[in-house]
Design a protein around this ligand. Sequence first.
Ligand SMILES: Nc1ncnc2c1ncn2[C@@H]1O[C@H](COP(=O)(O)OP(=O)(O)OP(=O)(O)O)[C@@H](O)[C@H]1O
Ligand SMILES: [Mg+2]
Length: 657
Amino acid sequence: MSEARFPVNLPGDPDISDAPRITGRRILELAAKTWPFLRPLKMHLIFYLILIGLSGLVGTVAYTQGLDLLSNKVLVGEEKLLPIQASLLWLDDSFVNADSETGVPTEEQRKIVLDRLLVWMAILLVVAIGTFIAVWYWGTWIWHSVNQSLRVAMVERSEHLSLRHHSDTRVGDTVFRVYQDSAQIINLIQEGLIGPVGLLFGFGWAMLLLVFLAPSLLLALLVVGVPTLWLMIVFTPRIRGRALANRVANSDLTSRLQETFVAAKIIKANRAEDEALRRFDRDSHRALDAAFRVRLEMIVLSLLVMMMGGLCVIVTEYVMASWSNEGSSLNVPAVMVFLVPFVAWNLGAFQFGREQTGGAIGQGYGAVRMWSQLQDLFIALERAFFILDLEPEVESPDDPEPFPVAVEQLEWRGVDFAYEPSRPVLESLDLVADVGTITAIVGATGSGKSTLMSMLLRLYDPDQGAVLINGVDLKRLSVEDIRANTAIALQKNVLFTGSVADNIGYAIPNIDRDRIVEAAKIACADEFIDELDGGYDTELGERGVKLSTGQRQRLSIARAVVRDTPILILDEPTASLDAVNEQRVLANLESWGRQRVVFVITHRLSTIREADTIAFLEEGRIVELGSHAQLMDREDGRYRRFVQAETTGHAEAMRDE
Ligand SMILES: Nc1ncnc2c1ncn2[C@@H]1O[C@H](COP(=O)(O)OP(=O)(O)OP(=O)(O)O)[C@@H](O)[C@H]1O
Ligand SMILES: [Mg+2]
């Protein structure tokens, strides 16, 4: 980001270089993007706004009338009631007609007016409280519904983004965007819609009333308005830059927090608590500083505007007080008397004028504050919508072909792939696997085995070449179908909070207990599950029972098996099983997998040996392919050396190459 865009970017501020610039067009775009989330609640919003508008109107009329009645008709008591006031208070014409000798209301009349006024006040108070509760409750419900749908949309979009995006993004950043940035949509409606409408209305109203009271007061307001606008223009980009820096810093802090807790074990094992704390402390300070700086900008602007407003209040009040002392006359048009019920400058008119100028200045001040908060809000929404704007790299075609009824053959044809352009991971890779076979993928760590398998699920697409099922490019099938037909037991297995049965039947709604038990048996998990106190209903996860790595691995195999798909991938899921258990699992899988295509990634010789085909991977290429016997026949073969190294226990022999 150039200096010109965010002139206040200070050393130590987080990097905000990829931040979008906020222009008038962007604001319109943001509004357009917000609309889909508001649309379902359109009618609610309309009626909500009408309710607010109406209560504002009623409140204003009640206020001016009440003020006039109380100060001029009751306290000072030298004026008769206006006809409209008399009818509102259910009083007869004697309160309007100047038929008494003195021309002023009697003591008794004044008392009656006061009583009636008090009745009105009590009624209005009850109505006002009721309306306030309704508006508050209804509004809260609307904004939170909107926020909820935005959050869900963001998470949904994140789920569809490629793994490449996820591996390039810090988890904490996405968490902050979904959790914190999105919440600003609540304020957008309040501060971007209702607030300004209310302020404009209030401001316009005060101005209108002042026109009738004394147009010269308007001039005073305008004199203050010009420098205020100038201040806003100067401060806007500063506040925006600081707001962005603040949100980025807090995103970083969230990421740091998440990383610290995820790595709790490693931190302890390495006695790195102090270092972890130091880093957290530093990020926390940065976030605090950033938050402080954005508030400081806002406060300085507020203070400057407030000072000018204060000056204006003093001047106008002085002028109005002099007019009232002199009893200067007023020329309020007849049609306006229900709003400005004063005939000359008196106590009521002075108070009224004070209220209106004060109101107009207050609304102006409110507008400035709202404007600065809007800057932060735009930044937050930009960050939230950023996720929604990301296009998933892997998408189903518009008109996908049906998934083959029977999977016969899988093929990688000339596949090139790189996570980062400069570091190829797979290079012109060819591999064919037929139904009813088990293919072992063997190779040193980092040689690309897991990557190869992830192409089958379309977690990533090849940069060159294609992956095919029965000769059909995966890109012509729907991603849904592909994933529904492929089960994978991962190297890093994840348990979810829930029962053992939930964990095995994960993502299969209403699954039979029988199927779960059967899958657990194939994965040799049923024995240890039966020993758990609650059996299949034992709670797992953070607040539940903890399992060993080998037990988790068997659960994740069961989770893959239970899905009963034609394609099964086991990515080193047996690494933590003892040899006996591993053999049993594999023997079970062999008979289970007869009608399927099975891939096993493993370092275990005993497993590899049983596979129909062994693909030996080196730096993203398959250097040898064949059965165990075939590959062992090769003098000086790579696989043969690998086997020798494993059996003689000299793993170094491989690494020294
Ligand atoms: N998300 C990622 N982003 C960037 N590079 C990655 C990513 N995942 C893996 N790599 C790189 O791609 C290469 C192949 O990784 P891959 O996980 O496929 O290896 P592997 O053969 O499964 O290794 P292991 O036996 O350790 O599981 C490695 O060099 C790794 O650093
Ligand atoms: Mg791997």
